[in-house]
Design a protein around this ligand. Structure first.
Ligand code: PMP
Length: 393
């Protein structure tokens, strides 16, 4: 049967790369392709105890429908976390979501008319591009030159094209690992303010910081509510909980709440209660410190392996946090074309083209260092280097 899909479905393409990377899930492949946390770091015992306590208290409301905004004590905990980041907030500024991915989708649902323009970093997080695309957004990207963001060109672009939203991950970005300085954050905020451009600040990685120099979120510099902030427990606790949040001005939260109601009524009562129990009865800050230590070591092992095997073939970023290194080969390479050889050689990565809008090829790749073990990182980078060298460009 010929299905009469809505027009917007034309923008929902099946990703060829996703099909290719299914192979990367096989155990003999060393995968730098996923964006997964290290499973051995999940606080399994603490979450099990939290779950049992919450269920064992005999209160049936933990299994009942809940409010769309989310469990109030958890929203209060999150707004305390926000305050630690310099973001003034109350529970009424917080909406619980099924991961920050749902937050992105709800924001798109609320703001994007077909043809509206979204301004992005290029490359950007694929999941955000997909969400915005499914609401038929058009994209423009931040002009950069060798010195970084070209602010004059950016302002001109905004002036002429009048984007509606400005989506960015300013801290330990996915995919490049890059971080904007305080000055850059303030400059971007000023430009956005001048042109009434709403900033969507996606911040899943800032807790994963490896040199103790955290930069405040853009939202912390803004007192006029021109920034919508997205947070998540996916990287500091466990992504399978599917718990994230939006912190925004309360009128926006009210509208987002209506949008969420139509999507899924609310986020799991039981998992919100479990997470609240965990946050208030265990030591989440210490847990984050232990994640930082493990990921910092893995990042350093990957950087050292790259240094040992690819010094004369590639350039790469040295991220101060997050989960990814962005590796760039000479321009004659196309990392999408190289992928089948890499998979045949038992190593996987995500080709850079995937993270760009309007760009079909790229000589870069994203490498994840949080999920593979130190030994896998050493072996995998050696395999990758051999494949790059054998491809003989
Ligand atoms: N934003 C960015 C930049 C991400 O990298 C991810 C996941 N990797 C998400 C949002 C979504 O995360 P979650 O839905 O698990 O909170």
């Amino acid at each position: 049967m010929q299905y009469a899909y809505a027009e917007r479905v034309q923008n929902m393409e099946n990703s060829a790369i996703r099909e290719l990377l299914k192979v990367a899930e096989q155990p003999h492949i060393i995968s730098f392709a996923g964006g997964l946390p290290a499973p051995e770091l999940f606080p399994l015992t603490e979450l099990k105890e939290s779950y049992q306590k919450v269920l064992g208290a005999g209160d049936p409301s933990v299994l009942q429908y809940g409010s769309t905004e989310g469990y109030l004590p958890l929203r209060a905990e999150i707004s305390a976390l926000m305050k630690e980041k310099g973001i003034s907030s109350n529970p009424e500024n917080i909406l619980l979501t099924n991961g920050s991915q749902q937050g992105l989708d709800l924001i798109a649902k609320l703001f994007i008319n077909p043809g509206d323009i979204v301004l992005l970093q290029n490359p950007s997080y694929l999941g955000a591009i997909q969400s915005f695309q499914s609401y038929q957004a058009n994209f423009i990207t931040i002009p950069t030159n060798s010195a970084g963001i070209d602010y004059t060109a950016l302002e001109l672009l905004i002036k002429v094209k009048r984007p509606k939203l400005f989506y960015l991950t300013p801290t330990f970005q996915n995919p490049t690992g890059s971080t904007l300085t305080v000055e850059e954050r303030k400059t971007l905020l000023n430009i956005a303010r001048q042109y009434h451009l709403l900033i969507i600040e996606d911040d899943p990685y800032s807790e994963l910081c490896y040199d103790n120099t955290t930069v405040s979120p853009i939202r912390a510099f803004s007192d006029e509510n021109e920034v919508i902030y997205l947070g998540t427990f996916s990287k500091t606790l466990a992504p399978g909980l599917r718990l994230g949040w939006i912190a925004a001005e309360k009128n926006i939260i009210s509208k987002l709440t209506i949008a969420k109601q139509g999507t899924d009524l609310h986020t799991s009562t039981l998992l919100q209660r479990t997470t609240h129990y965990y946050l208030t009865h265990f030591k989440p800050a210490e847990h984050i410190l232990s994640i930082r230590q493990v990921y910092k070591d893995r990042r350093d092992i990957m950087l050292k392996a790259l240094e040992d095997h690819l010094t004369h073939q590639a350039l790469w970023t040295e991220p101060r946090g997050g989960m990814f290194i962005w590796l760039t080969l000479p321009e004659v390479y196309d990392t999408l074309q190289l992928l089948p050889s890499a998979l045949a050689g038992n190593v996987a990565y995500v080709p850079g083209a995937n993270f760009y809008v309007n760009q079909k090829s790229s000589n870069s790749m994203r490498l994840n260092f949080s999920n593979p073990s130190p030994t896998q990182i050493e072996q995998g980078i050696k395999l990758l280097a051999d494949i790059i060298k054998q491809s003989n460009k």
